[in-house]
Design a protein around this ligand. Structure first.
Ligand SMILES: Cc1cc2nc3c(=O)[nH]c(=O)nc-3n(C[C@H](O)[C@H](O)[C@H](O)COP(=O)(O)OP(=O)(O)OC[C@H]3O[C@@H](n4cnc5c(N)ncnc54)[C@H](O)[C@@H]3O)c2cc1C
Ligand code: FES
Length: 273
């Protein structure tokens, strides 16, 4: 499937409620050949069309090691996402992609990995995390830090429990505000740094979340000795074509849709300069 301009029909195979405004959709191409030939990397995204409402970019929330379903996790923010949230199993959407560069997993081989997600920033990391866990022997220590506003805003609640129960992953979860029944950490994501021991020289960190969280987390990582190249994040920009043709997502001479959305902190600094 190499025509990035042509949407293919896909059926919704499952819908899972994550939070009051966020759902995960499992998608399968209608044509089994499209399904068989579809290849993507964690960190890439697809353009999803909801018929009558247009097209929008969503990152892959699933791992290429589990190709039977393509999953996206979508927060309701406007017309298209509202319409998508009304759809259910058997309904059809269009898929175009994969777009963008994706995470460079081969160069992470042998390294310790630190995943830091905030709110709806966990979905792009989830595909990468499952890819790493499905090939666990290729990587060193795996630490996952995740924070949300309240316990109800945590996505993938079952999987968080599954990761916590594994002996080969360290999972640290926090919420900004607790309510009845929450016995875990309370505080912003950077408060989790003091709850673990990191090895900055041998660790790659992957950071996705709201810009304010990324700002403070990156400051902390730098202070703790992480190099600019060891801090990897994704940028979000308003997009239309998703393939470097329309100029909507340009920052300087780069297109976030084509050259990103995954960038190292060194690259982000160069872009901003
Ligand atoms: C590469 C990429 C990956 C993305 N992955 C996901 C994902 O996995 N899950 C998810 O829920 N969302 C994701 N988004 C954001 C998603 O594309 C927008 O939420 C969606 O386009 C909103 O469409 P809408 O018609 O429902 O809302 P609109 O009516 O278009 O917009 C509603 C509100 O959302 C804002 N908005 C719209 N698009 C964006 C954007 N690209 N960045 C920031 N704010 C925006 C608008 O300014 C407005 O305030 C991603 C965006 C990009 C660029
Ligand atoms: S969205 Fe068109 S150039 Fe990036």
């Amino acid at each position: 499937m190499d025509n990035l301009f042509l949407p293919r029909l896909a059926r919704i195979a499952l819908v899972r409620d994550e939070t009051p405004d966020t759902k995960t959709f499992g998608l399968r191409f209608r044509d089994p050949v499209d399904q068989r030939d579809f290849r993507f990397l964690p960190g890439q995204f697809l353009e999803l069309s909801v018929f009558g409402f247009g097209e929008a970019p969503f990152c892959f929330a699933s791992s290429p090691t589990r190709p039977e379903l393509v999953e996206v996790t979508v927060r309701r923010t406007g017309q298209l996402t509202d319409a998508l949230h009304t759809l259910g199993p058997g309904d059809e959407v269009g898929l175009r992609g994969p777009c963008g560069n994706g995470f460079d997993l081969p160069s992470a081989q042998g390294k310790d990995l630190l995943f830091i997600g905030g709110g709806i920033g966990l979905p792009p990391l989830r595909g990468l995390i499952w890819n790493v866990l499905d090939e666990r022997e290729r990587f060193g220590r795996v630490t996952i830090m995740y924070g949300a506003k309240t316990p109800a805003d945590l996505v993938y609640k079952d999987e968080l429990q599954e990761w916590a129960a594994r002996g080969d992953v360290e999972l640290l979860v926090t919420v900004d505000r607790s309510n009845n029944g929450w016995t875990g950490n309370v505080g912003m994501v950077p408060t989790l740094f003091d709850k673990t021991e990191l090895r900055p020289k041998t660790t790659l960190s992957y950071v996705c979340g709201p810009p304010v969280m990324i700002k403070f987390v990156v400051q902390d990582l730098l202070m703790r000795g992480f190099a600019d190249d060891a801090i990897i994040s994704t940028l979000e920009r308003m997009m239309q074509c998703g393939v470097g043709k329309c100029n909507h997502c340009a920052i300087g001479h780069r297109y976030v849709c084509r050259d990103g959305p995954v960038f190292t902190f060194r690259q982000i600094k160069e872009l901003v300069e």
